[in-house]
Design a protein around this ligand. Structure first.
Ligand code: ADP
Length: 788
């Protein structure tokens, strides 16, 4: 029996949507389900290897620590990267010892791919970092070089270039171009749709992604100019500044198919702050050029400085001699209060010493950092963060230090929130119930992201139930119609897309509840196309939810979804474990009955021979056989191991022959089959459906069963009605679940679960209704021909 239980019980893991791996204490893999193939492993080759092979060095000690805990009988969970044939991927694993299943010493881990969301966290963090690093640099060349270095950290490329539009000449000039650490020559292309790929991007103001130049050679939008090595993958996005295309950023790889949607998304995201910085640097360059040509009069000089989108201060002898408007706005001082003051006055006390030292060293011509993050204080004493960059300029005849400052307070704040949220994400995964997940989510929205109101709505049938909310004292609407037409939350659940309402008073979808809300954002909680519900956040000021905040809410929604699926899977697994226990139970316990009966007959046979005893043995053995068959069938169905040929099935003929078979078992019963000839496409195993339902009817006390069938162009409906005891409402769905029975005495409780699985295998539906005046009607709907 061990062999059967072993194979069949692991077979249950094949039902899971996550990868499941069973290994021994040494890490040798004993079993892996089909899902491991999604990671690029061949299942047969994977089994038998040691799991430590797949752990990168930096995670080895953590994994070994977990193995130790598992040996001691504890459960573990962790996020790590693993080595797969498709490259390293972030996964999350949950491991537990398999004792409960009678297999001492083995370990089961369930592994989920979390690469996408981990990468998103990384990308966001990188975006913040990138933005503050580059945003205050005024020298174009320096800016482009730094961008190159920062980009190298996140994207893989052989060639990097930035082109700028020259409107006068109507060309795009490749300003900066590096190939494997070597600068390439500058070059220009006429701006037209076909002169070059760069021209195409600038001309259309659209990104261009070519995964394989070789394969698409006959189908390229524009001419390709080979400058350095042989490019295979090409990705470029336009740079927009004040709604105009000012240039493009482009990366190329010598490898085919190096770029896809992910790289495009990253480059597009980074292109926004980059375009701002470049636009700014171009303004500054204009200024420098003018200074070189003529001594620019004071006013011209200042006009340009006022136009820059960074704060500018000019310092001479430690005193501020100029500050632009932006600087004043950021710090909340008026010009007259700033002029002539020591610049140190605006630096946070913690940093004064450091800043002064840097300044002094620079003034003395000694090396000192020119770009760094500085902590300032505004006129109200609040902390402000700025990215600072300095250069020496000729200011009205004397040398002065020009400092550009980009206010990054909100970036710092976003970073802080992201970090706080990442902690929440971790906690959410540990939640033990859905309620707890909802609670954590709304709390995070309220406390970390500071929304005035946050709620989570859960889709249940055609309704959305608001399960948890925080913020307003008066409760908001509690139940919504999913298909009710109006309501932002319902719209989001229906369309599976986020929806931002800058001003609810101008939003026809919005249902007013007399709240003070003016601005709302709702995003779906969605996994694999299934909408669990919606996260909804609100604020009292119109248009007060930023894009960055919306991104964070989306991330939270993803984590909530993952946690909810996790909880469901855990339940499934728990059930799966119960399956195993119950299967062993049925095999050992339920089989004892008929076996005991037959051994009784054998004893009696020893005393005297009788046909009756032989019949008894025969009946008992047949029942044992039936039980084993049901368990096997159930297990095979569960692991998707039914591989029969589809056939043309005559329903009338099958039901009649099954009916005849069943009638042999029962006395004084009637079976009426009222149906025309109906043919459908299906698997022969469909017999089990009719067999189980008709047999159950008589088994549970009916004396009369009728079978009716009707059809339309695509669906067949079969109704099997009996006059038995009927099934109470609260059991009508449950009886289709394995091991659910009305009374614990008879049967295995598997029959209807098998029925349901087979009907679903045929893409059909089955349910039970009350019969009039008594009994039940089992209704089966099947497609005449299955969708593939
Ligand atoms: P089993 O018959 O092996 O217990 P099933 O899954 O076939 O398992 O049925 C589940 C339960 O549903 C049965 O135990 C019985 O209590 C109830 N049931 C099934 N069919 C009928 C019926 N026609 N009338 C009344 N009760 C039924």
């Amino acid at each position: 029996m061990k062999g059967v239980a072993e194979e069949e019980s692991y077979g249950i893991l094949d039902n899971l949507k996550d990868a499941a791996v069973v290994f021994d204490m040494e890490g040798r893999i004993l079993f892996a389900n089909q899902i491991v193939e999604n990671y690029g492993f061949r299942r047969e080759e994977f089994i038998g290897t040691n799991l430590l092979e797949y752990i990168p060095a930096e995670f080895k000690s953590q994994v070994l620590e977990d193995m130790k805990k598992l040996k001691e009988g504890h459960s573990v969970e962790r996020e790590i990267r693993v080595i797969t044939p498709k490259g390293e991927r972030w996964v999350e694993y949950k491991g537990s010892p398999l004792e409960g299943m009678g297999k001492n010493g083995n370990i089961l881990v369930i592994i989920r791919d979390v690469h996408e969301r981990k990468s998103k966290e990384d990308e966001l963090r990188m975006l913040y970092e990138f933005t503050h690093k580059i945003s205050s640099i005024l020298e174009l060349d320096e800016l482009l070089k730094l961008t190159y270095e920062e980009l190298k950290k996140v994207l893989d490329f052989d060639t990097y270039s930035v082109g700028l539009v020259d409107k006068k000449e109507n060309v795009v000039r490749i300003e900066f171009s590096m190939e494997r650490g070597r600068r390439l020559q500058k070059r220009s292309y006429k701006i037209s749709p076909e002169t070059s790929l760069s021209s195409w991007v600038v001309y259309h103001g659209k990104p261009l992604l070519i995964d394989s130049l070789e394969e698409r050679i006959d189908n390229l939008p524009a001419k390709v100019h080979v400058i350095g090595g042989e490019t295979q993958s090409f990705l470029a996005v336009p740079l927009f500044f004040r709604n105009e295309v000012i240039g493009l950023i482009n990366i190329q790889s010598f490898k085919s198919r190096a770029y896809g949607e992910r790289e495009l998304r990253i480059l597009e995201t980074l292109s926004r702050p980059l375009a701002m910085a470049i636009g700014n640097a171009l303004l500054y360059r204009e200024l420098e050029e003018k200074i070189k040509k003529v001594r620019v009069e004071r006013e011209r000089y200042r006009t340009i400085l006022e136009n820059l989108i960074v704060g500018i201060v000019v310092i001479h002898n430690g005193k501020i001699i100029y500050a632009n408007k932006l600087m004043e706005d950021a710090l909340g001082y008026r010009t007259q209060d700033v002029m002539g003051e020591s610049f140190l006055k605006f630096v946070h006390p913690e940093m004064r010493e450091y800043v002064l030292e840097n300044y002094t060293r620079r003034m003395m011509g000694l090396p000192a950092p020119r770009n760094y993050i500085i902590k300032l204080m505004d006129s109200k004493g609040h902390v402000k963060w700025a990215q600072l960059s300095t250069s020496i300029v000729d200011w009205e005849g004397t040398q002065a230090e020009l400092v550009s400052l980009q206010d990054i307070t909100h970036l710092k704040e976003m970073e802080r929130r992201l970090m706080a949220l990442v902690k929440v994400f971790r906690d959410i995964k540990m939640a033990r119930s859905k309620e707890e997940v909802y609670e954590m989510a709304v709390n995070a929205l309220f406390r970390v992201l500071n929304f005035s109101y946050a709620a989570v709505g859960v889709v249940e049938g055609e309704k959305i139930i608001m399960r948890k909310s925080i913020g307003y004292e008066e409760p908001d609407i509690q139940v919504l119609d999913l298909y009710g037409g109006r309501g932002v939350v319902a719209w989001v659940a229906r369309n599976r897309r986020p929806y931002y309402v800058p001003d609810v008073q101008k939003e026809p979808l919005y249902i007013s509840t007399g709240q003070v809300t003016r601005c709302e954002y709702a995003t779906p909680i969605i996994v694999d196309d299934r909408v669990f519900g919606v996260l909804d956040v609100e604020r009292e000021k119109p248009n007060s939810i930023t894009q960055e905040e919306r991104d964070l809410v989306d991330m939270l929604a993803e984590h909530v979804a993952v946690a909810l699926v996790g909880l469901e899977r855990q339940e499934e697994l728990q059930k799966a474990k119960n399956f195993q226990e119950l299967m062993v139970h049925i095999l050992s316990h339920d089989l004892k009955n008929p076996l005991a009966v037959s051994s009784g007959y054998v004893e009696m046979l020893r005393e005297e021979y009788s046909e009756e005893y032989v019949d008894g043995i025969h009946r008992a053995l047949r029942e044992s056989f039936n039980i084993i068959e049901k368990v096997r069938l159930f297990s095979r169905l569960g692991s998707g191991r039914i591989r029969e040929e589809r056939k043309n099935i005559s329903l009338k003929e099958r039901i009649e022959s099954i009916g005849a078979l069943i009638l042999k078992k029962y006395e004084n019963v009637k079976l009426l089959i009222n149906m025309e000839e109906i043919n459908i496409e299906g698997y022969p195993i469909l017999d089990e459906v009719f067999l189980n339902i008709i047999d159950n009817a008589f088994k549970y006390g009916a004396t009369r069963v009728s079978v009716d069938a009707s059809e339309d162009s695509s669906v067949v409906e079969i109704r099997i009605a009996d006059n038995g005891p009927g099934i109470p409402d609260d059991m009508k769905e449950k009886i289709f679940e394995p091991f659910e029975r009305l009374s614990s005495q008879t049967g295995s409780g598997l029959g209807l679960a098998i029925v349901k699985m087979i009907v679903e295998l045929h893409q059909g539906k089955v349910w039970v209704e009350d019969n009039d005046p008594q009994g039940s009607v089992f209704v089966i709907q099947l497609l005449k021909s299955m969708k593939r």
